[in-house]
Design a protein around this ligand. Structure first.
Ligand code: MG
Length: 365
């Protein structure tokens, strides 16, 4: 059975409130969705939270690499897509486009096999622990409190907030907000912080001491992950785990990050790092370095494939994406006792697009 066509659509969904982290602000999320259609009419679904331009790249460049191939030859399709973008530059938009297609091809393959994707890939577990992720620097204290207590009431035992407000220029505000969060969640819930690269190395080390007083156990991108030596330096001087990897667009980036000793926890995002094929490679690289592995955003996809890798620390239950995936997909898993559990009776990713509901968010691209 061959792949007959790829169909792409782009959606833009406004956030429920203005959102910001240490180094970026946004008021909408763009999703590029791909359906891989087999000759039989069976469809596989993939998506990436990326620039709308990725859709054009899929139509103009990637489709011809994939259409006509055997649906089981996902690796060959992946390799052809990766090779086809050599001259345009692969990391960035091209990698997100390849990711969406690769996810759709894996979903299609698993659907045709009549199996949930995590079982097709080989299961290590049947549910994944999640951390609630939000706590934006644009939130006031009351919004932060409400979001975190909401997650704790749902049984979620780990939460992550943004710090490094205004490129690290508001350190007292950061410390205050971490105190607010700790008071809201109580002493037993794990508290994570994410600076999105807003601090300088020495500032990050000084701030880490303040956060440690509030029992913060995980510090994501204390400095920019563009500078692995700086990240490694910070890691050697702070008491909590350092995590990074969300801007990894290929397995080779993760290899370099691990070789540099830059992280205690490696993060990877299936919608950026060349899809399921690339994400599995990242997971096994982390395993070979004895480094725990964590999934960045897109919880409905990571709930599946997080069941299919060793040494999984957690999956990020990102506020925006949890909300969008609930609106867009029947079968998006919901938290139970701090975990997401894929439905073993649903094949593939277990997601069905609510096309009519989603239509109102569709944009031309
Ligand atoms: Mg982050």
């Amino acid at each position: 059975m061959n792949i007959a066509q790829l169909q792409t659509r782009v959606y833009r969904v406004p956030t429920d409130l203005p959102e910001a982290d240490g180094t970026f602000a946004w008021n909408a999320t763009t999703m590029v969705l791909v359906e891989a259609v087999a000759e039989s009419g069976q469809r596989g679904l993939g998506f990436t939270y990326a620039a709308a331009e990725a859709a054009n790249l899929i139509r103009c460049t990637l489709a011809e690499q994939v259409v006509g191939r055997d649906v089981d030859h996902v690796g060959a399709a992946w390799e052809a897509m990766v090779r086809s973008v050599r001259n345009m530059g692969r990391p960035g938009i091209a990698s997100t486009a390849i990711s969406a297609v690769d996810i759709a091809l894996w979903d299609l393959k698993a659907r045709l096999a009549g199996q949930p994707l995590y079982r097709l890939l080989g299961a290590w577990r049947d549910e994944v622990p999640i951390y609630g992720s939000g706590g934006f620097t644009s939130y006031d204290d009351e919004t932060l409190r409400k979001q975190f207590t909401g997650w704790v009431e749902q049984g979620i035992r780990m939460v992550k907030m943004k710090i490094g407000k205004d490129w690290g220029t508001q350190p007292e505000s950061d410390v205050h907000r971490v105190q607010v969060a700790r008071q809201a969640i109580g002493p037993d819930v794990e508290l994570f912080v994410d600076a999105n690269g807003a601090y300088s190395p020495r500032q990050a080390i000084a701030m880490a001491q303040r956060f440690a007083e509030q029992g913060v156990s995980y510090f994501e991108e204390p400095v920019s992950s563009d500078h692995l030596a700086e990240l490694a330096f910070v890691r050697q001087h702070v008491p909590m785990a350092v995590a990074a990897g969300e801007y990894g667009y290929d397995p080779w980036y993760f290899r370099d990050m691990l070789q540099a000793g830059a992280v205690d926890i490696l993060q990877a995002d299936v919608t950026r790092c060349l899809g399921v094929t690339g994400w599995l490679e990242a997971a096994h690289l982390a395993h070979s370095f004895a480094v725990p592995f964590s999934a960045h955003t897109a919880p409905s996809i990571h709930a599946q494939i997080g069941c299919a890798v060793p040494r999984l620390a957690h999956v990020e239950y990102f506020h925006d994406h949890a909300r969008i995936e609930r609106m867009f997909f029947d079968g998006a898993p919901q938290p139970v006792n701090g975990c997401l559990r894929p439905d073993p009776t649903r094949p593939g990713l277990g997601l069905e697009l609510k096309a009519q509901d989603a239509e109102r968010w569709r944009i031309e691209a």
